[in-house]
Design a protein around this ligand. Structure first.
Ligand code: SF4
Length: 771
């Protein structure tokens, strides 16, 4: 058994805790507290005038796209009051803050001192106001010119033995325009090493859907929610991670839809919604959301889906033609008989037990969908971040196909994406595994030969850093170290880099665990006014439902030294490629319209991009599956039923399953505050939610201090000093906050086929804290 060196970011192993307060978890989300909390944040960070100006323009047709999640805006009328949620307002507060980090800040604060702060404290420091450089052996970042920064990176890139010794990461905030020029530069430079944040969240969705329905995206539009009979929400917590979805769910309920929630935790935003934009909500009256709440065990979803399919099959046999959509199945699918046969191997009692439910609960779910076909199935990382994540996505497709619930109004598949443009990034070819025909198109339009081999995704990049195969790491946004698994392993790997570069708006932990040399390049945020050649510019993004629309910031940037992402890429391309470049980088640097014209030539569905993106509300990208047409690579026009085994879970007597979750006061790695008011946890994030029976059996009392351990691959991983919080969670299951518990997620524990870290299921042991 090897022990992981505890030489990680200092904050990974703190010596003391804050003053935790526990209150009763809520059974409703939003309401007036959401408005109050959002306003306090905005006023504190941006001030009244700047904050209100930003909020007024957020998610409006002529305004800017919220940099939070990828939930879509309404196609037609948008709210005159507020087209954003509490978390959208908090995201704006973060980027519209007037606090800025100049050279003085970096002169006063060493990297080592900053690394002692937790993620919340680091994030609250303010916007980075100028490019800064950490020289080899230096203790402090120091201001440098943009020219110095581009030359430094270009020199390092050009000194590599192969372009494959560099990797170029993308976070989901990057616009379509910047994503396009970024991948163009990286491929002209000569590598497909393009890890992105999608590798860590919905990659299992992309693989599972592309393999079945032929497109790695969902098939519903927002309007489908208002014309459906049943919405099933699996492994997703909309109240915290996609809060405006609650308005859509409320409207769906008003129109008669039923909601089935499937989650190991009773999440407030799945139970009730007090809409602060209605009199009812202001008066504190909630709309009940879930009609049926299925509290599955962690990763009990596959067993639940199979149990539902088995019971539906029995109902169909009793009353042929009344439950399954035979016309859909015959026209669009293959493997139906073998699939039904495969269900015979299971007993319903065993499936219910594996799901952590009673047969009666599953029968209730089946009763709700048995005679309906307008069914929408939503999911997020509770489904995808498991070893069997791809298979569970395909099982969702199986269920939808039995019911004919794809490709018609009010029905379909709805993976809900986390970061605002993560789907657009992939559409713009940010991908380590580009298709040959995509590369052929690049070659045809630009005249250079793009690299053909697959590049590194996130997990492969970390391993390549560790093995010394990567020398330069360039991150377009994000907080790579905090977002990735196995934090100490990843930190050690990042320290082996020759040069690490981050294009960022704010300081984060990834700047403090760096290569031999490091650069931070400050960029504009979504809400910032972007002026090129005296003209105000706009960018474009794609939301979770495939709508591409413009986004135009209007707030005065906090510093004159910020550069937009597209210009950073174009300048870097010029510095690196020099006379080798065949792409006209000057042209793209000076004109987003020119970039959009190039997008129109290369990306299917983006013809006339400059015209379509200027339409109020934007335009829908083509999606054949949404129209009920399936164009699959392997199977032609038919979708295969997928036969997958049940996952096997083996736990020692003193082990538990741990899922990492987000608090209500955070968005991905950005920590807005230390409270999780829906779950009743305040002023501390180092908590572990445990079932009271498990606590009793293990001899833990409430608020006991514990240490958490994982032993995969014969390595001891430790997360020290957590506090036990008794919680309504299935026995044998626990939950901790991400990124604090990422240190326990083994680098080799990934989803089959998608390589997504299994952050929703880690085997842990819990022991009383020693210290
Ligand atoms: S739902 Fe998502 S996109 Fe909409 S305002 Fe909230 S965080 Fe932003």
């Amino acid at each position: 058994m090897s022990k992981q060196a505890e030489k990680g970011p200092a904050a990974e192993n703190p010596e003391e805790l804050l003053d935790l307060k526990i209150t009763h978890p809520k059974d409703w989300a939003a309401g007036i507290p959401a408005v109050t909390v959002a306003m306090v944040d905005i006023l504190k960070e941006a001030g009244l005038a700047r904050g209100m100006e930003g909020l007024f323009h957020m998610n409006k047709k002529s305004g800017f796209d919220c940099s939070g999640c990828a939930w879509p805006d309404p196609d037609d009328d948008r709210s005159a009051i507020a087209e954003y949620c509490e978390n959208g307002a908090k995201a704006l507060a973060e980027e519209a803050t007037t606090k800025k980090l100049t050279g003085d800040f970096f002169a006063e604060n060493s990297v080592a001192d900053l690394a002692k702060l937790n993620d919340y404290e680091i994030g609250k420091k303010g916007r980075i106001a100028q490019p800064v450089y950490l020289a080899k052996g230096a203790t402090h970042y120091a201001p440098v010119s943009w020219d110095f920064a581009f030359k430094k990176i270009a020199d390092e890139l050009n000194a590599l033995a192969s372009p494959d010794e560099a990797a170029f990461y993308t976070s989901g905030r990057t616009s379509n325009e910047a994503s396009f020029t970024y991948q163009l530069f990286v491929r002209e430079f000569g590598t497909n090493n393009m890890p992105d944040c999608s590798n860590m969240c919905h990659e299992s969705t992309g693989v599972g859907l592309a393999d079945t329905i032929g497109i790695g995206k969902g098939t519903v539009t927002l309007n489908d929610f208002y014309d459906t009979d049943v919405i099933i929400i699996m492994g997703q917590n909309p109240g915290t991670n996609h809060p405006r979805m609650l308005s859509a769910l409320e409207k769906a309920k008003q129109k008669g839809s039923k909601i089935i929630a499937v989650n190991p935790l009773h999440e407030a935003g799945l139970m009730g919604f007090k809409n602060p934009q209605t009199v009812k909500g202001i008066l504190g009256i909630k709309t009940q959301l879930a009609d049926l709440y299925l509290q599955v065990k962690i990763n009990g979803d596959m067993a639940l889906l199979k149990a539902m399919e088995k019971l539906l099959y029995e109902a169909e046999r009793e009353n042929s033609g009344s439950v399954f959509d035979h016309e859909f199945i015959k026209k669009n699918t293959t493997g139906y008989v073998a699939f039904l046969d495969s269900l015979n191997q299971y007993k319903i009692d065993d499936l219910a037990k594996a799901a952590g439910l009673t047969v009666n609960e599953i029968e209730q779910a089946v009763d709700l969908i048995k005679n309906k076909s307008r069914i929408i199935i939503c999911w997020a990382m509770g489904i995808t971040q498991h070893k069997n994540g791809v298979d569970t996505v395909k099982e969702i497709v199986n269920l939808a196909m039995l019911k004919g619930a794809i490709g018609k109004p009010g029905a379909g598949l709805c993976p809900v994406r986390g970061h605002s443009n993560v789907q657009g990034n992939r559409t713009m070819m940010i991908w380590d595994k580009p298709k040959p025909k995509q590369l052929d198109k690049l070659k045809e339009v630009f005249g250079f030969e793009p690299p053909r081999g697959h590049g590194y995704d996130v997990v492969a990049s970390i391993k390549a850093m560790d093995e010394g195969k990567l020398k330069v790491f360039f991150a377009m946004g994000g907080n790579f170290l905090s977002a990735t698994p196995d934090t100490l392993f990843t930190a050690q790997a990042m320290r082996k880099l020759k040069l690490s570069v981050h294009v960022s708006t704010k300081l984060n932990r990834s700047h403090l665990v760096h290569g031999e040399e490091a650069l931070i390049l400050p960029t504009l945020s979504r809400s910032d006014k972007d002026v090129v050649n005296g003209e105000e510019q706009f960018i474009s993004c794609e939301n979770s439902m495939g709508v591409v629309q413009m986004s135009k910031g209007m707030l005065k940037p906090v510093s004159e030294h910020l550069m937009n992402e597209n210009q950073i890429i174009c300048n870097l391309a010029k510095a690196t490629l020099g006379h080798r470049a065949v792409v006209d980088w000057d042209k793209y640097s000076q004109s987003y319209d020119a970039v959009r014209d190039a997008i129109a030539k290369v990306i299917p569905g983006c013809e006339d991009y400059n015209q379509k993106v200027r339409l109020p509300g934007g335009f829908y990208l083509p999606n054949a599956a949404r129209e009920g047409k399936f164009i699959t690579e392997k199977n032609g026009a038919v979708v295969p039923f997928n036969i997958a085994p049940l996952p096997k879970h083996e736990l020692a007597a003193d082990e538990y399953h741990m899922a990492t979750i987000r608090s209500h006061d955070q968005f991905n790695t950005t920590i807005y505050g230390l409270d999780d008011r829906y779950r009743g946890i305040h002023n501390e994030r180092r908590v572990i939610l445990m079932n009271e029976n498990d606590m009793k059996n293990a001899g833990f009392r409430a608020e006991e201090k514990v240490d958490l351990f994982n032993y995969d691959d014969g390595v001891e991983r430790v997360a020290r000093l957590f506090v036990v919080v008794p919680y309504n969670i299935p026995e044998g299951n626990t939950a901790t906050y991400y990124p604090e518990a990422n240190v326990l997620v083994p680098i080799n524990s990934v989803a089959e086929q998608s390589n997504t870290p299994t952050s929703k299921l880690v085997n842990i042991k819990i022991r009383k804290h020693v210290g």
